[in-house]
Write a protein that binds this ligand. Structure first.
Ligand code: GDD
Length: 318
């Protein structure tokens, strides 16, 4: 069996490759890679995965990759995934996320392939959630507050539409926040962890820059998240959509306190106005019972362990 991962050099993609290599040795793992992509997240997998050059924004190259690999499973994780970038460059976010996915679907169709495809949607799709709608179920209205969220809704609904129109085996996941080692430094937990480690090492004055600390997010360890992606593709019901989350909400101020409690650094907290967003989703806490019922999935790694691993990741790198 062959699995193709888009976004394999990224955070979730590299962890998914680790998961498949370790747990499903009968599966050949392929990844799409752009020629200028950084490879540090997958260097340790050299010889155990196969990389094929391509760019999801370019239909011809997507078709060439799919023709060469002919995958049984596709995990579509490549995306512009940082919410603030989507206000600075909405066109780029919409192109990469929506057209990128359409290129994959069209190439699958044109080549007559029938892989199971997992689409990485996001809790950002829910956007403005009302107090009485928490924990959020898949049936909740979608009220997007960023171009990124709109792009993920488009991906999500294209997944539904291609299933309905062509009976393609598409399973949509709505992943809530996830973090852990290798997380890009712009995302909140990783950003705070990196600043704390820089303060520990004396290369940054003891002041942590932060954005909106009042937002509430539901965090899952990336290693649990990618196990969920695997289960979605292999045991999810085609055409369906599933929340992947922990069901527990943390205020971002709590996340900061948790990280600080794992360090000896003494810090002052300072708000940096450039970190505030035109509209920030106030609360995201999910309900994963639909996915649990179908696949048995539950997150296993406690948030404290995830944060500790993240701090240690930065301690090793800085
Ligand atoms: N990045 C960042 N940096 N966020 C901060 C900061 C800061 O200094 N201070 C506070 N925050 C707040 C943000 O305003 C937001 O409310 C929350 O921390 C989380 O921010 P991010 O880590 O950037 O993630 P996100 O929630 O915007 O989006 C992530 O989760 C989505 C799933 O809900 C991304 O991983 C998306 O790709 C993903 O779809």
């Amino acid at each position: 069996m062959k699995a193709l991962i888009t976004g394999i050099t990224g955070f979730a993609g590299s962890h998914l490759a680790d998961y498949i290599v370790e747990n499903h040795p009968d599966v050949e793992v392929y990844g799409i890679i752009r020629w200028r992509s950084r490879r540090e997240n997958i260097e340790h997998l050299e010889g155990r995965i196969k990389l094929v050059e391509g760019d999801i924004r370019d239909y011809i190259s997507v078709k060439k990759v799919l023709e060469e690999v002919r995958p049984d499973l596709i995990f579509h994780l490549a995306a512009q995934s940082f919410v603030p970038t989507s206000w600075r460059a909405p066109q780029e976010t919409l192109t990469t996320n929506i057209l990128g996915q359409t290129n994959i679907f069209e190439a699958v169709r044109e080549l007559g392939l029938s892989p199971s495809i997992q689409i990485a949607g996001s809790s950002e799709e829910y956007g403005l959630v009302k107090e009485d709608e928490v924990p959020i179920k898949e049936t909740n209205p979608l009220r997007p507050l960023s171009p990124y969220a709109v792009s993920k809704i488009a991906q999500d609904f294209l997944g539904y539409q291609y299933f309905m129109s062509y009976r393609m085996n598409i399973v949509r996941t709505r992943g809530f926040n996830h973090t852990g080692p290798r997380r890009g430094e712009v995302f909140v937990c990783s950003n705070f962890a990196k600043q704390i480690v820089e303060i520990e090492k004396g290369i940054r004055p003891p002041v942590i820059k932060v954005g909106n600390l009042d937002a509430v997010r539901d965090f899952t360890d990336v290693r649990d998240m990618v196990r969920g992606y695997w289960l979605a593709a292999t045991r999810g019901e085609a055409g369906e959509v599933y929340n992947l989350c922990s069901g527990r909400g943390y205020k971002i101020s709590e996340v900061l306190q948790n990280l600080l409690s794992l360090s000896r650094a003494k810090v002052k907290v300072e708000q940096d106005p450039s970190r505030l967003r035109p509209s920030d989703v106030p609360v995201l806490i999910g309900d994963y019972s639909k996915f649990k019922e179908r696949t048995g999935w539950e997150p296993r790694i406690p948030f404290e362990k995830t944060l500790e691993d993240l701090l240690n990741y930065w301690r090793e790198r800085i």
